[in-house]
Structures are given as structure tokens and as C-alpha cells.
Design a protein around this ligand. Structure first.
Ligand code: DC
Length: 233
């Protein structure tokens, strides 16, 4: 059976990873959450004291230390998902904190960070049969992906989803703070000079502001099946 590459890009908290994960499981494909990789590098920079209290990143020292970084996705049997490991330590929970969210856009705007992570991502997908989500998957990582989706939803809907998730995890945040972070990340992610977030010309735009999970999944699964059928002919 022919396998394809599926690139899912879009703004933060559009539910990309939920859909991507489910799609990968249904197709028997590998799932890669590239945001987790940028978050892990950000956590590393924070732990190394390379981001000052004003949020300024020491890009030069971080770049010098990149070679010593080990990133790995390790399957977690309890959650049937993969956890992000940074230098041998499970950092899955830490990388989702607001502290990391506040700093990740600046770290992901660093050219050397992107070059390193893009290389790893391309290697992961070289045999196809992969669903990868992020910001630049359809434009930079896999510009030849057979199926590209670009997910959008209003900032308010996205902030409400993220706020609910953070409260469930026990984080003390306000909705206003989460909305501000979502808008700020949109702005930095779409205006940075290296690989800004933008829809690939051949991507299908998918606004899920008013769509439940089940409906989204059915539609996306249908897109994938149609492309896979064509590839097999
Ligand atoms: O998908 P996420 O919200 O967990 O991603 C965290 C941050 O990482 C996001 O603000 C932008 C950045 N990112 C990126 O620049 N390129 C990617 N391919 C994935 C994420």
C-alpha cells in the first residue's frame, strides 16, 4: 500500500495535534509533534539561563550548545502517546507550561535552531507514512507532501481551548493571559524572517472554529483517503 506524507500547519491551539495524532493512528502512520521539539529547545535554553527575565535570548550561546542537545520521542504506554525527552529526561509536562509558551516563539525564530530541527524532521519522514504538525511543515520541511492542511480558528476560540487545558493541568492562569499569549505567538510566528507561519499555496485551509472533533476528524480522514487512493493508482 502506498504511503503518503501529511503536513498539518496552522496557528497555535487550533487542535492540530489532536487531529494529527488520531489521523496517524487510523492510518498506521508515525505522528510527529514538531512544536514539542521547539518547546524542548526552549526549556533547555531556560534551564541553561540563556533567556533573561525580560525574555531576551542569548542566541549565540544557545546555537553553540545545540550540538549537545538530544531530543527523542519515547512512546508512553499509559497515555498511548509519545513523550518528549530532552537529554534523557521526560519533559512532556514541563514543555507545555506557560513559562515555556511565553518564550518559545523567540527561540523558534532563531535560524540555527530551525535548521537543526528541520533536518531531524526531514530524516524522520524520509520513508513517508508520517503525519507531522507544526508551522512550516508544508512550506519548508516537506514542500512535496501529498496532503497539506492549514488549520485556523478565531483567537478567542483557541484561547478558550488552551485555557481549559491549562486549568485541567492545574496551572494558575487567567483567560486574558492565555488570549494575550495566543495573539502574541500568532504575531511572532507569522512575522519572523525565517520560515514564517503561512499557508502553503497547495494547502487546504480548514477553519474549525465551529466544528466538533468528530466532524473535523471525519473530514480530514476523508481528504487523506482520497489522496492515498490516487497515489495507489
Ligand atoms: O504547536 P505548538 O503551539 O506546541 O508550538 C510551539 C511553538 O513552536 C509555536 O509558538 C511556534 C513554534 N513552532 C515553529 O516555529 N515551527 C514548528 N514547525 C512548530 C512549532
Amino acid at each position: 500500500m502506498g504511503k503518503i506524507t501529511i503536513a498539518i500547519d496552522g496557528f497555535s491551539s487550533t487542535g492540530k495535534s489532536t487531529i494529527a495524532k488520531r489521523l496517524a493512528a487510523s492510518l498506521g502512520y508515525i505522528y510527529v509533534d514538531t512544536g514539542a521539539m521547539y518547546r524542548a529547545v526552549t526549556l533547555f535554553a531556560l534551564n541553561e539561563g540563556l533567556i533573561d527575565p525580560e525574555g531576551k535570548v542569548d542566541a549565540k550561546t544557545l546555537t553553540d550548545k545545540l550540538a549537545s542537545l538530544e531530543l527523542e520521542f519515547v512512546p508512553n504506554e499509559d497515555s498511548s502517546k509519545s513523550d518528549m525527552y530532552l537529554n534523557g529526561k521526560n519533559v512532556e509536562k514541563e514543555i507545555r507550561s506557560m513559562h515555556v509558551s511565553r518564550n518559545v516563539s523567540k527561540v523558534s525564530a532563531i535560524k540555527e535552531v530551525r535548521e537543526m530541527l528541520v533536518k531531524i524532521q526531514q530524516e524522520m519522514g524520509k520513508h513517508k507514512g508520517i503525519v507531522m504538525d507544526g508551522r512550516d511543515i508544508g512550506t519548508v520541511v516537506f514542500p512535496k507532501a501529498e496532503l497539506k492542511l492549514f488549520m485556523t480558528a478565531s483567537p478567542e476560540k483557541r484561547a478558550a481551548r488552551r485555557y481549559k487545558e491549562l486549568l485541567e493541568k492545574g496551572e494558575e492562569v487567567t483567560y486574558a493571559e492565555v488570549l494575550k499569549n495566543v495573539e502574541e505567538r500568532d504575531r511572532i510566528d507569522s512575522t519572523r524572517s525565517v520560515s514564517p507561519l503561512k499557508k502553503a499555496k497547495d494547502a487546504i485551509e480548514f477553519d474549525n472554529s465551529d466544528m466538533g472533533l468528530e466532524e473535523q476528524f471525519e473530514r480530514v480522514y476523508d481528504f487523506a483517503q482520497r489522496v492515498i487512493e490516487k497515489v495507489e493508482v
